[in-house]
Design a protein around this ligand. Sequence first.
Ligand code: AMP
Ligand code: TRP
Length: 332
Amino acid sequence: MKKTILSGSTVTGDLTLGNYIGAINTWTQLQDEYDCLYFLADLHALTVHQDPEVLRKRTHSFFAQYLALGLDPKKNIIFAQSQVPQHTELSWILTCLTPMGYLNRMTQFKEKAEKHVKNINAGLFTYPVLMAADILLYQADLVPVGEDQKQHLELCRDLVGYFENRYGKGIFKMPEPMIGKTGARIMSLQDPTKKMSKSDENDKNRISIIDDAKAIEKKFKSAATDSGSEIKYDVENKAGVSNLLTIYSVLSGKTIEQLENEYVGKMYGHLKVDLAQVVIQKLGPVKDKYDDLMKNRDYLDQLLVEGAERAEARAEATIKKVYDTVGLVRRR
Ligand code: AMP
Ligand code: TRP
């Protein structure tokens, strides 16, 4: 029996090179070895204000980017969260088991509440409960996420415990985070002490998966480097150059040491120009494939429906047991 892997990405901003290197690239490597489900967390996106047209387009766009980056809809179940109603159904039941005090401690809630002072809605607060429902519905064994999601996964594991205390064992599988196995952490191009983020206000901080060659060249050209001129991996003193070397290494398959040797006596500018070309070579064909897919929305919709149907069959098996267990009468 293959182990089940589940992960998702909130449908906000623009998928970045960081998402590719830190997550999607790893997902494509897992697709042969594991039973994988990957979804677009569009319900989670609603916790901050979304323009309806933009959200709709972004759901298609993210999905097309997943496919263009090599996630195979035959080998994985790829779907949109909102198209499988069991997510919200389980979320409510779990919400009724979640102590308010626990949610109050969530770092991401505190950060987001500070950032969106005018829209601190209850969804932002219960966000991690919906995430727990996402995971538990599919009896996932392993959940590849970034460091920032570890606390949410801990809540999910605790909810399994609360549920079992109240109703007994055997309904949910205890999920494990898969943190070490995700790829390198890619930093912002302008401020290499913070993570390259898809929701960063400054577009120059990130390389988007669907940036064109010109934008990629320009962004690397203006990337922050450090005083000095030596091209050496040293995160403490040369965060900018180290970040560029990391990206270069992951995409070219060369080790950091190899790259350092190649660039002895060369300038930062050389590294930036070459790196831009490496990224363009990787993302160019992805962008072409993406553009093709986006011309055919019906095809994308069809694939989404197929993904949702496969996901729903599995989610329904779990929610049925949950309804029975907690004393709700499920419509047959
Ligand atoms: P997010 O963009 O925060 O929704 O994250 C989606 C996934 O991409 C998570 O698994 C993150 O760990 C990964 N990810 C996002 N940004 C980066 C980054 N800058 N470097 C590495 N991984 C990232
Ligand atoms: N909260 C996650 C993020 O922002 C996205 C997400 C939602 C998720 N539900 C999930 C990730 C379930 C893993 C499993 O990155």
